[in-house]
Design a protein around this ligand. Structure first.
Ligand code: FEO
Length: 502
């Protein structure tokens, strides 16, 4: 009975013929332990290569996943865990591409040691210096004292800032177009500043057509042995987390992503190796198209998301009425979110997906309900553009949240408005239900190829006239203020109202 050498072992692991192959390999390893013919001497070392996979010839995955951390970057919930990807090119020279977060250094070093199998490490390429990929740099440099660090000048400075680790004597500073030959493989470096940090670069292997893409094309979610996107049901199980990852981590820097996509168009990319989530070796056009759309701030779906902030249920009721009206009109997959219960990172992801956003908020401290305000400011921070909005405001004595929400969405490039806001006191009346129906109709009419109705909505928006009560601040909307009008909040007449100049 023969035994597998190291490369045969890793190749078998890469083929993913799990049960049979694993049983066979385990047998081989046990045999190897007895016969001392391979480097995997016994069960303990077998366990140590738990997450190693072969990506393609000479290229191995040595990263690791974890499911213990609750908040990625201490901000984003990751109930499906997260993977920190690192890769080794095993050529005449040995190359490690990125390291991992400190939470998984144990698994990472076991993987690295197993793949190097006693060889020294010649190069550590730092594509991205953020500590979730660089926390193991210091230890790599100690374990492999001959390794040189290949990185941008910005990364070299940041390594020193973060880790007080001076790599001056070991740094090979590269810039776009520089190459590194390591035997059969030659790596070409492409700087990708602000995708999503300034020091980022990508490394392209000419032999395999592999682009080591740093955070680009990454996703939240732990790898469960399945390394490749074609080994999982990506569209249904991974896409929401991939979108949430992109929009929240990289979303602000759409133009920088567009620049990288333009540069990538001239490269024969056959494999995408990101620093998080699955590796892409099939159907690359699908994920590239998603990135193109997200980074141009174009909605992925012609769909409505309704986000409400409600305390006593009146605003929630109005939001649900609009959802039902939309559904009755034929809008599919309407999504309704309670802004207090849904993590803002999920709302950001959905806002990047949907073409239409209906915002319903109570008035709180004469402002926007705090979680809603946080969401809108986060949308602005992530540079969302080209969405169609509609507003519902509620207030127990002086509703103002609608105009205040619009002040924020006005600052987003390409914002459009499907309808006049609906304003009501405390809980929607039958008359308010009519207004909500009209709002839903206007939103529905603005969907699809209804550019004309979009223009009409914009026209109406610009021609709307507002009157402010100088006593309590209440806003009345209409071309003329009725002569017998009484402020519903403080009871004063029209002589106390002034026209709002916009
Ligand atoms: Fe995964 Fe920007 O670090």
């Amino acid at each position: 009975m023969g035994t597998m050498n190291r490369k045969e072992f890793l190749k078998a692991a890469a083929l993913g013929t799990a049960g049979v192959a694993a049983a066979g390999m385990l047998g081989s390893v046990v045999m190897a332990s007895e016969e001392k013919e391979t480097s995997f001497e016994g069960k303990k070392k077998f366990a140590g290569i738990g997450s190693v996979r072969e990506v393609t010839d000479d290229i191995y995955y040595v990263g690791a996943s974890e499911k213990r951390t609750q908040l990625f970057e201490n901000v984003y919930p990751i109930p499906r865990g997260v993977a920190y990807n690192a890769y080794v090119i095993d050529d005449e020279k040995t190359v490690l591409i990125d390291t991992v977060d400190r939470s998984v250094t144990g698994q990472f070093f076991e993987n690295l040691q197993a793949v190097l199998d006693g060889r020294d490490l010649d190069y550590l390429i730092v594509d991205h210096m953020e500590p979730d990929h660089s926390s193991a740099i210091s230890e790599v440099l100690v374990r492999y004292p001959n390794a040189q660090v290949v990185c941008t000048m910005a990364a070299k400075v940041m390594i020193n800032n973060f880790f007080a680790c001076d790599i001056t004597d070991r740094a090979v500073i590269v810039t776009t177009g520089d190459t590194l030959n390591v035997g059969k493989h030659t790596l070409t470096f492409v700087q990708a500043p602000m995708v999503h940090w300034p020091e980022v670069m990508m490394s392209y292997d000419d032999v395999s057509g592999t682009l080591f893409s740093a955070d680009a094309f990454g996703s939240f979610g732990a790898l469960n042995g399945n390394l490749f996107a074609d080994e999982v049901n990506f569209e249904t199980e991974w896409l929401p987390d991939a979108r949430r990852y992109y929009c929240n981590i990289v979303g602000k820097y759409g133009q920088n992503v567009q620049d990288v996509l333009a540069a990538a168009a001239d490269i024969d990319i056959r494999i995408l190796c990101p620093t998080h989530g699955p590796v892409w070796r099939e159907n690359l056009g699908w994920i590239l198209e998603k990135y193109d759309k997200w980074s141009r701030y174009e909605p992925e779906d012609e769909a409505v998301m309704i986000v409400y902030g409600s305390v006593y249920g009146g605003t929630e009721s109005a939001a649900n009425r609009v959802a039902a009206e939309l559904s009755g009109l034929g809008a599919a997959n309407v999504c309704v979110y309670d802004v207090s219960k849904t993590h803002v990172s999920e709302l950001i992801g959905e806002a990047f997906r949907c073409s239409h956003i209906v915002l319903a908020s109570i008035t709180y401290n004469m402002g926007i309900f705090t979680p809603m305000k946080n969401f809108l400011l986060d949308l602005e921070a992530h540079n969302l553009q080209n969405r169609t909005f509609a507003f519902i405001e509620n207030g127990s004595w002086s509703p103002v949240s609608g105009d205040l929400m619009k002040e924020i969405t006005d600052r987003l490039e390409g914002s459009r408005y499907a309808a006049d806001k609906v304003s009501f006191f405390s809980s929607p009346s039958a008359a308010d239900a009519d207004a909500l129906r009209q709002l839903a109709q206007a939103v529905f009419a603005s969907m699809g190829d209804s550019a004309d109705s979009q223009e009409e909505a914009e026209e109406e928006e610009t021609s709307s006239v507002k009157w402010r009560c100088t006593v309590c601040g209440y806003i009345y909307e209409g071309e003329e203020l009725p002569e017998d009008y009484v402020c519903p909040v403080c009871g004063v007449g029209p002589d106390k109202f002034e026209r709002v100049e916009e």
